[in-house]
Design a protein around this ligand. Sequence first.
Ligand code: AMP
Length: 286
Amino acid sequence: MIIIHKASHLLKQLERKKADGKSIGFVPTMGALHQGHLSLLEEARKNTAFVVVSIFVNPTQFNDPADFNKYPVTIETDILQLEEAGCDLLFLPDLATIYPNGTNNLPTFDMGSLETLLEGASRPGHFQGVCQVMNRLLTLVAPEKLFMGQKDFQQCMVVQRMIHLEKLPVELVTCTTRREPDGLAMSSRNMRLNENERRQATAIYRAMQIIRQGLLAKQPSPEILQKAALQELQQNGFEPIDYIAITHPATLEPFNSDDLNAGLSAIILVAAFLGKVRLIDNLKVG
Ligand code: AMP
């Protein structure tokens, strides 16, 4: 595996691969890698000839500086895992490589209602930061295909919109969420949970299942299902709960009884805190 820090070295390497006719796959991450990240790499290896993974903890997407400061960094084990999993090139830029003119006056993107709904509402500025770093990374790597996780469903929608706005010639491939055997979605943040919180964390998956079963049975109403799921989270120590929402997958607008009776598909989205750790997850139904 080639490890590269500088933008100019990256461009030189990729130019060579592209001249050889190799398709480039790209998996952007913030490190503290787990099987979820590696499943994206696996998917990229199946679909493209040369796979680039980046590790960069992007400060502009953290609306809470404490969250940024506590973000886990495990670079040595990350490198070993990537090597073993068959990553071709690891891009490890520093702040100045990603933001050569600093982080003030970065471009902003018109995200429409994605910026005011759910994650957008709970984390002001977060999605602008995501777009800023993704715009820069996609310009540098210029991959044919970009692999991202459905775990961050709204993030995928935002990045798809930015790709469209900027007319970037890249296909976004959204990959399924890897879970622990008890249903908890794998996440770098899970390593910050203590033993008790780790046990309680499984309530997210149960809460989503309560809603899923109800939607499939077409009763009770989405509002009642939402309350039952909320209770499941509260009883297991989640506080505060930013949202537990049943929405339309294309718009993230609320899903109501008429939609349920019409048999439309839905997506359940959850974001809530256990202690100081904020966890998010989602589940598609139908
Ligand atoms: P992060 O390092 O948290 O920014 O995540 C990097 C990429 O990995 C994003 O596209 C995430 O959606 C994806 N990802 C994170 N957790 C999982 C998971 N459990 N399963 C699949 N993909 C994931």
